[in-house]
Each structure stands twice: as structure tokens, then as C-alpha cells.
Design a protein around this ligand. Structure first.
Ligand code: NIG
Ligand code: FE
Length: 412
């Protein structure tokens, strides 16, 4: 199967030499080829260049992209799309004045979703999740991380992992699963948190590792959830099974989770709505990607991550949707790119780098995804007619996407 895309107005994020991360002032660089072509065979980018050099290339499918932008698909490195039901009533509670913490205290929040998921069959959970995944693909996401964390029992967490495995098998999207058993203290363990941590360490992690689905472990390191000591114990246990940390930190409070993540070679530290100079220092000279989740800030009205502080310190930054039923019930990465520009004061170039190459890095797949480079996987967005890639974030809440190619397959 071969595809040739011709007359591309702007071919965005083109790198002759494979890039795997963009940091600091380099985040403002977004290489573009005008009046270009892109040639794909099977699931791989074979060649690209300017239209004058396109002669003689034959393909089974030819797409005329006149007046359109072509760019690598979004790499959404932080989602919780496997969940059951929704939490619309909590949304209304928040409008009426309750905070996220108030709702959690009265048994809502993550525990609410866990109860619903435990009562939902694996088949039903799969169907609900697949629908969400297909919607994400249509909105330009080609690679997506999916967390567990709404099971909170051994059985339900493994059910979530099996659903993620099936999504991986049955969807064209690239899926990176993460074990987030330490997402909240289950109702039954309310006054015995250490017993739940013991269950995670002694039973859940070994059983999850035996399924051989995930290579990552996550913890919600936050007041009222898991403190630094708890988080460290879980990360240590994960390490024994080669699970690398990707952790929720600094959403509401600064507990030292960033330093801890760096110490344990976390691939990413995510949220960072709160961040201080010590956190920034900890991230310098590390291999850990900071990840901002502007959809969460928007939806539950908490501060936006200070992207300028992070990028201007020379650090990389990724952006992701955090798609989940409680704090971000949308996985539209076009909106996330726009919110990064409007609310995080990132340039369109920085935001697109954050949602492609750096998002891929935060999933450990940036050698194969996140840029237009020969040999990389063909996860491609073709936009509707527009003059410049900046129109993607500019026209917020519009759908800029006309077609997507996902691992070499054209979807209309
Ligand atoms: O990333 N903060 C922790 N986890 C999710 C929210 C989970 C929920 O409210 O259901 C997040 O925001
Ligand atoms: Fe999250």
C-alpha cells in the first residue's frame, strides 16, 4: 500500500535527521517545507520534498493537498480514556460552588468512577473506550497513552489493562498503557491506606507485569492521595518489574514529587499547575519530560502550568489532554494546542512541538513518531484548507482536520 500526498501548502515538522526531543529556545523552531510532497509505503514515511522533485513517484493512492497543511499526528501522552459512564453531576456541583476536593471528600471523584467501572463488564468497558479512541483518532491523535486507575481492586485494574490490550490489538492507533493503581485510596481501605499500598506492591504490580502489557507505572502524588513516601515505595516496586515512572505531580500542591520523579528516572512528570524554582532546578540535566495538561486547568478552574517559566529555563515541555471523566472530559488535541497558545502563552511552534515530538518523547516512542522523517511511522494529519499552521490554534474549537493517516492507513 503506497500513498503520495501532493501540492502540500506546508509540510510541518520536517526533519532530515531524526529528532527525539525539543528543548528551551529550540521549541520555537518548527521546520516547514512549502509546496511539498510526502510519500508513504505501508506504515512508513519513505520520502518527502518539494513538488519539483516529485516527478516519477508512483503510488496506489494519490491525495491532492492543495491549500492544506500536513503535519505529524498528535501524540497525546496522558489520558485516562478507559472509563465507564460519566461525572456530569459533579460538573454541575462544581458550577454550584463545590471544589474538586469537596467532591472527592463526599465520595465523588475518582471513587465514583471506580464504582461504576467495577460494575461494568469488560465488553461494555471496551465498547465505551473504543468509541472515545475512534473520536480521538478522527481529531488527529495517532499515538495515545492510556492509564488504568479507575479499577482500584486487583480484578478491576487487570480488567482495565485487558481492555487497553484489546484496544491496542483492534485499533490502528499506537497505544502506550500505564498502570495507575495508585490513583486514589479505595473506599474499603479508607483508614488503612498502607494496606492498599501493600496490595499494589505485592499483588497488583506483579500480576500486571505478568500480563506484559505495560512498561510504565503512575502514582497520583498529592495531599489526600499518595504522599512522597508512598509514591517512592510504589516506584521502587515498579522498578523491580522494569516499570518506568510517569507520574501525576504538583496538580494542587507541591510535595516534592518532581524531584522524586527525576530521582527515579521518570519518563515524565505531569500536571505541574503548581511549580517552584526548586522543581525547575530538579528538571535541569534530567531525562524527565514535564507535561502540561491545559484541559484540566480549563475544566476545573485551577491555574495553568507556567509554560514560559519551564521553557525559558531551557527545559522541554509536552502538552497532553488528560482526557478523563472528572477533570478533563475531552481529548481534542487541537483544543489543547490552542489552549497552550492562549493560556500557557506558548507560540504555535512551541505548542505543536509540545504536542508532537515532545508528546512522543513522553511515551518513549519519539524515535518512531512525532516528526516527518524518513523511516518514521506514517501518522499524519491533513488539514482542511488553510494558509498557515497557526490557524490550527487560532481557530479554537473548530475542527481543523480533513483526513488522517494512521500507521499508513488512510481514514476519511
Ligand atoms: O489527571 N489527578 C488525578 N487524576 C486525574 C483526574 C481523575 C478524576 O478526577 O477522575 C487527572 O486530573
Ligand atoms: Fe491524569
Amino acid at each position: 500500500m503506497s500513498i503520495l500526498i501532493t501540492n502540500i501548502k506546508q509540510l510541518v515538522q520536517v526533519h532530515t535527521h531524526n529528532k527525539t526531543i525539543r528543548k528551551g529556545s529550540d521549541m520555537n523552531k518548527l521546520p516547514v517545507l512549502e509546496n511539498a510532497y510526502l510519500y508513504i509505503i505501508d506504515d512508513t514515511i519513505i520520502e518527502y520534498g518539494i513538488m519539483e522533485d516529485c516527478e516519477g513517484i508512483h503510488a496506489e493512492t494519490i491525495i491532492d493537498a492543495t491549500g492544506r497543511i500536513v503535519l505529524p499526528s498528535w501524540c497525546d501522552s496522558h489520558t485516562h480514556i478507559v472509563y465507564a459512564g460519566d461525572r456530569t453531576s459533579e460538573f454541575v456541583d462544581r458550577i454550584n460552588g463545590l471544589s474538586y476536593a469537596d467532591i472527592s471528600k463526599k465520595g465523588g471523584g475518582i471513587l465514583n468512577s471506580a464504582k461504576t467501572l467495577q460494575e461494568t463488564s469488560e465488553e461494555d468497558l471496551f465498547k465505551q473506550s473504543l468509541k472515545r479512541l475512534n473520536e480521538l483518532i478522527a481529531m488527529g491523535t495517532g499515538a495515545v497513552e492510556i492509564k488504568t486507575g479507575y479499577g482500584l481492586t486487583v480484578e478491576a485494574e487487570l480488567k482495565m489493562l485487558k481492555v487497553i490490550k484489546r484496544l491496542k490489538q483492534e485499533s490502528l492507533a499506537t497505544i502506550i498503557p500505564t498502570l495507575l493503581a495508585a490513583h486514589a485510596i479505595p473506599e474499603d481501605y479508607k483508614s488503612k491506606k498502607q494496606d492498599y499500598i501493600k496490595l499494589i506492591i505485592e499483588e497488583l504490580i506483579p500480576k500486571a507485569a505478568a500480563l506484559n502489557i505495560t512498561h510504565f507505572v503512575d502514582v497520583f502524588c498529592e495531599d489526600g492521595y499518595f504522599d512522597i513516601k508512598d509514591t517512592e515505595a510504589i516506584l521502587e516496586a515498579g522498578k523491580k518489574y522494569n516499570l518506568q515512572p510517569k507520574i501525576h505531580v504538583n496538580q494542587f500542591n507541591i510535595l516534592g514529587g518532581i524531584e522524586l520523579g527525576v530521582k527515579h528516572n521518570a519518563l515524565s512528570v505531569d500536571h505541574l499547575e503548581e511549580i517552584n524554582d526548586k522543581d525547575i532546578e530538579a528538571l535541569k540535566d534530567s531525562n524527565t519530560m514535564p507535561v502540561a495538561l491545559p484541559g484540566c486547568s480549563y475544566f476545573i478552574s485551577i491555574p495553568y502550568t507556567q509554560a514560559r517559566k519551564i521553557i525559558d529555563a531551557g527545559l522541554p515541555l509536552a502538552i497532553a489532554s488528560d482526557y478523563n471523566p472528572g477533570t478533563a472530559p475531552s481529548g481534542n488535541m487541537n483544543f489543547i494546542v490552542s489552549a497552550a497558545c492562549v493560556k500557557l502563552k506558548m507560540t504555535p511552534e512551541e505548542a505543536i512541538n509540545a504536542a508532537t515530538i515532545n508528546g512522543a518523547y513522553a511515551m518513549g516512542i519519539s524515535s518512531m513518531y512525532g516528526s516527518i522523517t524518513r523511516g518514521k511511522k506514517a501518522n499524519i494529519i491533513i488539514t482542511k484548507p488553510m494558509d498557515h499552521y497557526s490557524e490550527i490554534p487560532y481557530a479554537f474549537a473548530h475542527n481543523p482536520i480533513e483526513q488522517v493517516i494512521i500507521n499508513g492507513q488512510l481514514l476519511k
